[in-house]
Design a protein around this ligand. Structure first.
Ligand code: SF4
Ligand code: SF4
Length: 92
């Protein structure tokens, strides 16, 4: 399935539509991802979106953005980003 086809489901390629919306896992996070949008190479890369287990990543103004209502701070997006565009920082 192509990314354009996946965009019809804005949540995640791994989750049925609206599945993750029921589970507001944002309160679990001790650390949260901070995106350096200068380094993000969307649309050439959508790796963080593919791997985020909570469907917390979308793209706005052609850059990755995080929905902190759902981001549980697992850090996977930071690990998979080929451009080191995502740092995990302590949640305040
Ligand atoms: S993995 Fe990195 S470069 Fe790729 S879309 Fe996400 S933030 Fe941008
Ligand atoms: S840290 Fe990244 S991969 Fe993990 S839930 Fe948050 S946005 Fe998704």
């Amino acid at each position: 399935m192509t990314f354009d086809e996946h965009k019809k489901n804005p949540i995640s390629p791994w989750l049925p539509r609206n599945h993750s919306l029921k589970n507001k896992t944002g309160k679990w996070a001790t650390h949260i991802p901070k995106v350096n949008q200068e380094k993000c190479s969307y649309p050439d890369c959508v790796k963080c979106w593919i791997f985020c287990p909570d469907g917390s990543i979308s793209f706005n103004n052609k850059k990755a953005v995080i929905d902190f209502h759902y981001c549980k701070g697992c850090g996977i997006c930071s690990k998979v980003c080929p451009n080191n565009a995502i740092d995990m920082v302590k949640k305040k």
